[in-house]
Design a protein around this ligand. Sequence first.
Ligand SMILES: Cc1ncc(C[n+]2csc(CCOP(=O)(O)OP(=O)(O)O)c2C)c(N)n1
Ligand code: SF4
Length: 275
Amino acid sequence: MLQKSDVIHQYLRPKKAFPNVWCPGCGIGIVMGSLVRAIDKLQIARDDITLVSGIGCSSRLPVYLDFNTLHTTHGRALAFATGVKLAKPKMKVIVITGDGDCLAIGGNHFIHAARRNIDITTILINNMIYGMTGGQFSPTTPSEAFATTSPYGNKENQFDIPKLAMAAGASYVARGTVYHVNQLDELITEAITKKGFSVVEAFSNCHTYFGRLNRAGDAVKMIDDMKKNVIPLKAAAKMPPEKLEGKMLTGVFADLEKEEYCDRYDQLIESLKGK
Ligand SMILES: Cc1ncc(C[n+]2csc(CCOP(=O)(O)OP(=O)(O)O)c2C)c(N)n1
Ligand code: SF4
């Protein structure tokens, strides 16, 4: 029987795509493992899955996996994914995106995909910086944090991804980290099975840029800090606000039953037949 850690090898494109571009210790590979284990657990046929990404270190992920894959332009993964889903409503469409890709240039697509509640799963890898282009600040870079474009500290406020996704209309919203791998596997599994727009924020480390510029340490230190700074939502509900200061909450923020966009579109077509 395959070990849990070996499952991923069945789904790689070893000859075509390797060696990979990621820095040693980057958390994006951990997210890739979680995604593959979720798909393997659900036993979805490869041909029934399309992975769509934009541009960025996070967005390289689908390149290494043997599914239908679309590596598109920066920020536009959700726009392409919407097209795929409308053309092939039975397809499981999964978007892999970074905080810059999804929330800066792609922010418009993100809120409107959530507003429509279209049946797409978005895995948003949040490393709080633009990794691929050398460490510019992104919409999730904390206030006063350093980036190559904020040498005196970032003067903008950061998005809270779960709150943004919920306010915009997503039906499933969760946050996990690359330290809490078993939980991340479960969140991604639930998101894929959920009908409607589902979002999993996967908090990850970019030690090469965020870590170095903010003296947050190497990959091991940054991942270890996730263990120390994270509180599960259920535990947080019983804690006083002062104990939650500076902590990150993880778990399922929303799991709602809402009408889905492709279904509404089908109903419209049905109602117009013969008219
Ligand atoms: C239209 C356009 N604008 C800008 C870029 C340059 N660019 C490539 S990746 C990237 C940022 C990636 O950051 P993020 O999405 O957070 O992913 P990460 O690399 O951190 O995983 C940018 C600005 C581009 N390729 N195309
Ligand atoms: S630059 Fe950062 S996000 Fe990109 S591969 Fe390296 S550690 Fe990962």
